[in-house]
Design a protein around this ligand. Structure first.
Ligand code: HEM
Length: 512
């Protein structure tokens, strides 16, 4: 077979990919031209990961990327199968540097005693599950309720600072700092210098999921090393007062009962990784959500008119434009996914943002539909035994931010701008989000009480039954005695989403 020929399925290759490159997979198969070109550090991936891999999702759902040295998986069912089996697909590489650093940077990291190791997200069984169980209580809905007043107070006071300006960079002026403050409170860390932490956590993202240039690597290594030492000092302070509130103190107390489950190495690593896990993911998710909503002014208006839609809108934003674009796994024994052979040792980039746009699971997957009844099937929080423990805290924060914006700044719109992203495979959100509005039209100028109105948050996943979609009965056709056929259309004249086989609808009629 020539290098440019289309492979036939009888050749043993399960995938009908297009033109081939000169590259080979580790299993000896030719790599398609598009797979050879795949580069997640390029602007195309940063701007829109699911669109960047649409070709793969549709034609070559699992491919080998020679530039990255990873197999890339793009379809919903395949990714879910990988998440489901955490023995064959180990999470141990989840926090590994995706771009190995040079000797100089490694020496800098070593000089700080950097030893980030297993936490939860990258821990294998049998160590993982007992630790996850031991540390779960602070994430229950009851426990999370205690954080709601802080999030509300922060959201209100940050909006107060800029509401009369008519213009704000929501990332710099609010969305970065509040999730950081909430993360620090949740972990039990005393509030420290936010700017330094911000620098540290970005450095950690670039160090882990990015491709720093050789000349940047050393500076990144210093920041990461400092972050590591800072985490150690904070932990030492916490050990002196283990009864103080916070998830880390909870871990310290659990360590006294189960030292083999909650180890020293875990606590130090989690002290650092926990800030990033809880902070950047949520900050980015909210910035992505606000951007997406304002890019759909009609949807934004609907949300302002009916804040009851916010919980499901959060879910649809996480599906359509989530803050974790891809995650990683390591193959522990020879296996197959989607008919493709994956030998032991294969590294997998599972593009969850692509799964979230898979037509095979989400009807009209590219449509942004805040009433979608399976939006919370998205894989942005992962799936299975490692699924995000902080998902309900993140959901709560996002709901409160959207509630604050829709109530106090319903006339907000996106300013002209080009969005930039920190180049990396996994954590994704715009570095800046400029919005503008006419402060003379601020609703609270006419109704001062509006500032303090609260809509209850829903802690947990929204119920699909709570979602109603307004429709207009366009035609009623009698088909038999006592039976009519209804033709329902959307009030805005746009097509209604497709029904999937087996679905049924409850029609709620207004009063006559
Ligand atoms: C929108 C915000 C967030 C997103 C998109 C997100 C995403 C993720 C993802 C993709 C994973 C790995 C899942 C897997 O391997 O199956 C994860 C794990 C985890 N997340 Fe989050 N996360 C968010 C917020 C948070 C917050 C606020 C916290 C803590 C307060 C948190 C704590 C954790 C922990 C502890 C794990 C490890 C769970 C385990 O391995 O058992 N996350 N998250």
């Amino acid at each position: 077979m020539s290098d440019t020929a289309m492979p036939s399925r009888t050749s043993g290759c399960p995938v009908a990919h297009g033109a081939l490159s000169a590259e080979r997979t580790p299993t000896g198969c030719p790599v398609s031209q598009r797979a050879a070109e795949f580069d997640p550090f390029e602007d195309g991936y940063q701007q829109d990961p699911p669109e960047y891999v649409r070709w793969a999702r549709e034609q070559e759902p699992i491919f080998y990327s020679p530039k990255l040295g990873y197999w890339v998986i793009t379809r919903y069912d395949d990714i879910k199968a990988v998440f489901r089996d955490n023995l064959t697909f180990s999470p141990s590489n989840a926090l590994e540097k995706i771009t190995p650093t040079g000797e100089e940077a490694n020496a800098v990291l070593a000089s700080y005693g950097f030893a980030l190791n297993r936490t939860l997200v990258n821990e294998d069984e049998p160590a993982h599950m007992p630790r996850r169980r031991a540390l779960m209580d602070p994430f229950t809905p009851e426990a999370l309720k205690h954080h709601e007043p802080l999030v509300r107070e922060l959201a209100r006071s940050y909006v107060d600072r800029f509401i009369d300006d008519g213009r704000a960079d929501l990332v710099d002026q609010m969305l970065w700092e509040i999730p950081l403050t909430v993360a620090l409170h949740f972990l039990g860390v005393p509030e420290e210098d936010m700017d330094t932490l911000r620098k540290y956590s970005i450095a950690h993202t670039v160090n882990t999921w990015g491709r720093p240039k050789p000349e940047e690597q050393v500076a990144v290594a210093h920041a990461v090393g400092n972050f590591w030492q800072y985490a150690g000092k904070v932990l030492d302070k916490m050990r002196q007062d283990p009864d103080a509130p916070g998830w880390m103190q909870y871990g310290i107390r659990k360590q006294m009962q189960h030292p083999e489950v909650v180890t020293d190495s875990y606590l130090h690593s989690m002290m650092m990784a926990g800030i990033v896990a809880a902070h950047e993911t949520t900050a980015n998710a909210t910035a992505n959500a606000v951007k997406l909503l304002l890019q759909h002014p009609q949807v934004w208006q609907e949300l302002c008119d009916d804040p009851g839609l916010i919980p499901n809108a959060v879910e649809e934003c996480l599906r359509h434009n989530g803050s974790v674009a891809a995650w990683r796994r390591l193959v522990t024994k020879d296996t197959q996914v989607g008919g493709v052979d994956l030998p032991a040792g294969s590294r997998l980039l599972i593009v969850t943002s692509s799964a979230n746009h898979d037509e095979g699971h989400f009807a009209d997957a590219d449509l942004f539909d805040i009433r979608r009844d399976n939006a919370s099937d998205h894989l942005t929080f992962g799936y299975g035994s490692h699924q995000c423990m902080g998902k309900n805290l993140a959901r709560m924060e996002m709901q409160i931010f959207l509630e604050e914006f829709t109530r106090r700044l319903p006339h907000m719109r996106l300013s002209e701008q080009r969005f930039s992203y920190v180049p990396n495979t996994s954590f994704r959100g715009p570095e800046h989000l400029w919005v503008e509005w006419d402060p003379r039209a601020n609703p609270e100028r006419a109704n001062a009480g509006l500032r303090d109105v609260q809509v209850p948050v829903r802690i947990g996943e929204p119920s699909a039954h709570a979602i109603a979609r307004p429709v207009v009965v366009e035609r009623v056709t009698p088909v038999a005695d006592g039976i009519v056929r209804l033709r329902l259309v959307s009030p805005d004249g746009k097509p209604l989403p497709r029904w999937t086989p087996g679905s049924h609808i409850d029609v709620e009629c207004g009063s006559p």
